[in-house]
Design a protein around this ligand. Structure first.
Ligand code: PLP
Length: 360
């Protein structure tokens, strides 16, 4: 078997031991004579998986008791509108920080269902930085402020979460559980699972419970967070396979030192790359302002597009794959999520040093 170094922006690399364990259990889960994906979501085997995953997530992210944890479908994309529907009544409003592709999508979808406005935009600076607190323009009577903690395409992140006078609502899809969350600042955090936590098909929402019954709207069943909170996210058939595999990833994270350790690893992985970029005398360059550099998605350019194409091809020849930058940004993007081995990043930095020597 040969496994590649997969720098995909999502879905992501998962720990090999978890893929193997999943494979081993697939045909006959726990001696039940059937796969977990064939079993009832109300059966004891699956119920335990769901409860364990909820408990494990709560421990890892240190989620206080007065916050609900919901496992939902529709990805982070559905949350762009669902958050606004559930957290704003028809006469309330929220501000949105527009840091790039994902911040913009959140803003657009939320504006279809609620009264929201843009509190800051990074457009003039080509979405290469995050705002300082005093640049965020909050209107009077703003209920909360939406941010994208890590912009997966632009390769920027909030090094510190904004200090503002209203609670934050955050899309943490691409840095979920790679950094501690100070829950006092947040009313809600959401993200798709497929970047840092498991297979696609699952979004996780963590919400302050007291904010959930105030919208006064007649929402369809699935779109109302309270429906999921009341049933431990078993109100309808959940994405069982995704939750089952994510549960294994969460256990693996806990036994490897928890969020502190994954924060440390994220720092090591990204520093390895930024150091090569910064020590290349400008041959490799990062378009991102230093204070906003992402630890998850490292973006860089070479002197020209021909060299970038050659770089990506030669990297693929030695199994360093999915390094092509997003079409909006170009260049090279290395995504370094929680399960990315540090050795894979070292293989990439060795390649970068050789490539620049050979092509200068
Ligand atoms: C990938 C991504 C999304 C979209 O997630 P889906 O689960 O595909 O809907 C949203 N926000 C951010 C920051 C992302 O990285």
């Amino acid at each position: 078997m040969s496994r590649v170094h997969n720098f995909s922006a999502g879905p992501c690399t998962l720990p090999l031991e978890i893929l193997e364990e999943t494979q081993k259990e697939f045909l006959d889960f726990a001696g039940n004579g059937m796969s977990i994906i064939e079993d009832s979501h109300r059966g004891s085997s699956y119920m335990k998986i769901q409860q364990d995953a909820l408990a494990s997530f709560r421990r890892l992210a240190d989620v206080p008791d007065d916050f609900a944890i919901l496992f939902l479908q529709g990805g982070a994309t559905l949350q762009f509108a669902q958050t606004a529907m559930n957290l704003l009544s028809s006469d309330e409003k929220a501000g949105y920080v527009n840091t790039g592709v994902w911040g913009q999508k959140a803003l657009e979808d939320a504006s279809r269902v609620a009264n929201i406005y843009e509190a800051w935009s990074g457009k003039d600076k080509g979405f290469t930085t995050t705002p300082d607190d005093n640049e965020i323009e909050l209107q009077q009577d703003t209920k909360w402020l939406h941010i994208t903690s890590n912009e997966t395409i632009g390769g920027i992140r909030f090094g510190n979460m904004p200090e503002v006078d209203v609670p934050l609502v955050a899309d943490m899809s691409s840095d979920f559980l790679s950094r501690k969350i100070d829950w006092e600042k947040f009313d809600l955090v959401y993200g798709g699972a497929q970047k840092n936590l498991g297979p696609a098909g699952l979004a996780i929402v963590i919400a302050r419970r007291e904010t959930l019954n105030k919208h006064g709207r007649d929402l369809p069943t699935y779109l109302d967070y309270q429906f999921h909170d009341k049933s431990d996210s078993l109100g309808n058939t959940p994405p069982m396979f995704s939750i089952y595999v994510m549960g294994k990833v969460l256990n693996w994270m806990e036994s490897n030192g928890g969020v502190d350790e994954f924060e440390r690893r994220a720092d090591i992985r990204s520093s390895l790359l930024y150091d090569v970029i910064d020590n290349s005398e400008g041959w490799y360059s990062s378009p991102v302002e230093a204070k906003s550099r992402s630890l998850m998605n490292v973006i860089f350019h070479l002197p020209d597009e021909t060299l970038e194409k050659q770089f990506i091809e030669e990297a693929a020849n030695i199994d360093l794959i999915n390094l092509k930058g997003h079409r909006n940004v170009g260049g090279v993007r290395a995504s370094l999520y929680n399960a990315m081995p540090i050795e894979s990043v070292e293989t990439l930095t060795d390649f970068m040093k050789n490539f620049s020597q050979n092509n200068r």
